[in-house]
Design a protein. Sequence first.
Length: 261
Amino acid sequence: MEAKALNEHIQRHIRPNTFPVGIKLIKDAADLPPKAKRPKQDMGVEITICQAVAFARRYGWVIAMNGEDLSCPIAQVAFGYEEALPYYTEGNLVCGMYTESQEAAVRTELDVPKLTKEESGYYVCFPLDRAPLAPDVVVVYGNSAQVMRLVAGMLYKRGGSLPSTFSSRADCADIVIKPLHTGEPQVIVPCYGDRVFAQTMDDEMAFSFLFSDADELVYGLEGTHRGGVRYPVPAFLRYQAEFPKTYQQLNALFAENKSES
């Protein structure tokens, strides 16, 4: 399935408020999309990974970046641009902010998914409907009902449930690296940085998956739609409303008038 066709299906069944985003890791600068914006070169700023996704999903821009463009030290390590120095592995970026102890901080930092330098490359993201190439991973931001709908679609054929983990930080790694390493889709609770720097809203969640699973997702979205699982979620309306006593009294008077006439 082509990226643009996947976008059409997502728009039809999910109706997200922002563009679904494709993400690809590219080794060679010569292979970057010709119209891609390099943050430091073209915008004069270093940005976070979550900002890059926000540019793609809100502005429709194609962003290509590597460590030179990246401002976030957590992502520098997670995406293989910098080594995990002792200051990082000891949990100094976590302790006192996310954890009460250094021991807990070390566990938190170890749990962040990471690319090796061999796996790393330019991080390229773009709106699916203008995809310049086939993505590795797709992420869709939406409300909880829209994410639920995507989960239902992905489980239509395989059944069971989806394994996802949540830590309140480094969701950029969960969005891309976890699907690449595990092969499994991920339900994403946007992290603190995603909210601060990329301005992700309080009512937003996200769902990411390998582009190679696009056919299965679309098959599931269509199957669950036929089964009655849809977005917007239909309200059950076949009931009789209950009114205040004064309203009930007036209805009783209406009934008396009808019986007397």
